[in-house]
Design a protein around this ligand. Structure first.
Ligand code: N01
Length: 545
């Protein structure tokens, strides 16, 4: 990429206009007064919530916590209607934020960044898009989401299907009419578990193709409790602050009791109460050791299994739905509305593809080892090439022409999930190695955006040009992420956290499982120690942090 052909020189380029890109844009443009260009692949803001419009799509964090906290008035004026925010409402919220802060004027929509090369002569990123833009920028910030590269498995005959087919993460904007249709859903992760009950109500018949049975907790979704929300708003700052220092980015009081230190009756009572409260409280507000002690976890896993057997009337179907090959919360915990009940409907059939795998997709349906299922519509709820997939789709080259995708061939290598050695002035919002997907995302996004703008402000105030993660700091951080992950249940399942859903992807635990509070503390320490673990340079003089 030759810099002479670049058309515009900017202070910063941001890739993506979801939660992360919108706030990064605000901080760079409004707080730091920098010339900033945002490129966004969709034709509107919203990121994940722009693309994932499948029926039943909503967030698993309660609405009062699934929002920005950087502007007091914004927090006070927005009124959520659902206990959990539904996709259309989150998209309306993000459009409201874009309008309120006039954020669209420097976002170019329908544009994908295809390449970003660091030019060491001028310490600038040279950036190209699929629309022919060529710009340079001092700073490049990726706000590309962790789950933005959809994955449709390479099943033989996939393209031969004559009916309609959709991936949940690229859903048509005008919806899909399932009325009178024979529908097949492949996949029972969050997207499958949310969409299956809704599709079942409309379809003539629904076949669910399940490879792994799942633990899922009832959401107890409903309209928002207005009185509760009014109380929250009186104390919003303090509530949000609690979330910032928590494990998962939610303001729940930490529990100190162990599942192994109470009587069987007491344990059941706690689980039953948590089950009735629903949502993530089952995990965060029952016993502290479910996520880290296998024997404690067994009690939670067994409780959920007993609930599945209670809800699903046909015992054979119930047994197929009972997860036995991984512990609860070793994959992403799921929150549902009527998921297991759905299997009591006459128009729903569970197809166990663990024991009779899919052989091929035919022009008229799906063939498994057990038989052929005639279908009009196939829904792929088959997930994403998580955390690294979207990075790999961009030709990112750092110092000496080194490619990020080559550096990460054995798994992502970052310092704090914010930067990668050899890629100066490239900052990642919720990159691999940060709590990101293990947390309530807006809390993590705000922390990253504020850390990055603080770092840029620091460089500016010191008259410096370049900030780059040191290799040693990166190696130590990656080792620490792995060490913490080894102590959790996460290593005991084949999940996208480990890249296990993508054939050939290295099995490496990608997010940081130490909690957002501990992580925030570490980032603050790094800052206070003069950006320890980063090298800061002026045009000529290196300063080691
Ligand atoms: O994807 P997934 P998702 N043949 O990877 C199956 C976030 N999210 O889109 O478990 C047959 O979890 C696969 O089976 P298995 C959230 O972080 C959040 O549902 O690999 N089946 C699995 O059942 C979530 O974790 C929200 O054996 C195949 C499913 O497809 C993440 O996004 C809502 C297959 C994929 O599940 C991803 O969720 C939605 C194959 N070849 C998403 N390949 C909320 O906040 C895959 N599968 C509510």
């Amino acid at each position: 990429m030759a810099s002479s052909t670049a058309t515009r020189d900017l202070d910063a380029v941001v890739i993506g206009a979801g939660f992360a890109g919108l706030y990064m844009n605000y901080r760079l443009r409004e707080t730091l007064g920098m010339t900033t260009q945002v490129y966004e692949a969709g034709d509107g803001v919203g990121g994940t919530w722009y693309w994932n419009r499948y029926p039943g799509a909503r967030c698993d964090s309660e609405s009062y916590m699934y929002c920005f906290s950087f502007d007091e008035q914004l927090m006070q004026e927005w009124e959520w209607s659902g206990k959990y925010p539904e996709q259309p409402e989150i998209l309306r919220y993000l459009n409201h934020v874009a309008d309120r802060f006039d954020l669209r004027r420097n976002i170019q929509f329908n544009t994908r960044v295809t390449a970003a090369h660091f030019d060491e002569r001028g310490n600038r990123w040279e950036i190209e898009t699929d629309q022919g833009d060529r710009v340079t920028a001092k700073f490049l910030v990726t706000a590309i989401g962790c789950l933005s590269s959809g994955q449709i498995p390479d099943i033989p005959g996939r393209d031969a299907f004559r009916g309609e087919s959709y991936h949940t993460g690229a859903w048509p904007h005008d919806g899909v009419d399932f009325t009178g249709k024979r529908v097949g859903v492949i996949g029972t992760g969050s997207s499958g578990v949310q969409s299956i009950p809704v599709i079942a109500k409309q379809a003539q018949h629904l076949h669910v193709f399940q490879r792994t049975a799942q633990y899922t907790i009832p959401a107890r979704h409903g309209t928002v409790d207005k009185a509760f929300l009014d109380e929250v708003k009186k104390d919003y700052d303090a509530i949000y602050e609690k979330a910032r220092w928590s494990t998962g980015g939610l303001p729940y009081a930490p529990v100190e009791r162990s599942a192994l230190a109470v009587s069987d009756e007491e344990r059941l009572r706690v689980y039953e109460d948590a089950w009735q409260q629903g949502g993530f409280k089952f995990l965060f507000a029952s016993f502290f050791d479910i996520g880290i002690d296998r024997r404690a976890n067994d009690t939670a896993s067994e409780f959920i299994r007993s609930k599945i057997r209670e809800i699903v009337k046909d015992p054979e179907v119930a047994e197929k739905l009972v997860p036995v090959d991984h512990p609860f919360a070793s994959k992403r915990p799921l929150i549902d509305t009527n998921y297991f009940d759905t299997y009591n409907r006459d128009n729903v059939t569970l197809v166990d593809i663990r024991h009779a795998p899919i052989q091929e997709i035919t022009p008229t349906g799906i063939r498994t080892e057990d038989g052929h299922y005639e279908l009009d519509i196939i829904v792929f709820a088959t997930g994403f090439d998580a955390m690294t997939g979207t990075f790999n789709r961009i030709d990112i080259q750092g110092r000496d022409g080194a490619r990020l995708r080559d550096k990460w061939a054995g798994g992502p290598l970052t310092y704090l999930g914010l930067a990668s050695a050899g890629f100066p002035n490239l900052f990642m919002i919720t990159g691999p190695g940060s709590p990101s997907v293990l947390s309530n995302m807006p809390v993590s996004i705000e922390q990253h955006v504020e850390w990055v703008s603080g770092a840029i402000e620091h460089l500016r105030s010191q008259g410096l040009d370049v900030m780059e993660a040191e290799e040693r700091a990166e190696q130590e951080w990656v080792a620490h992420v792995n060490e913490v992950a080894e102590q959790t249940m996460f290593m005991l399942a084949d999940s996208w956290y480990l890249g296990a859903n993508i054939p050939g992807k290295p099995r490496v635990f990608m997010p940081y499982p130490g909690g957002v509070g501990a992580y925030r503390e570490k980032c603050n320490e790094v800052t206070e120690a003069g950006y320890e673990g980063f090298t800061l340079r002026g045009a000529e003089v290196p300063v080691t942090g």
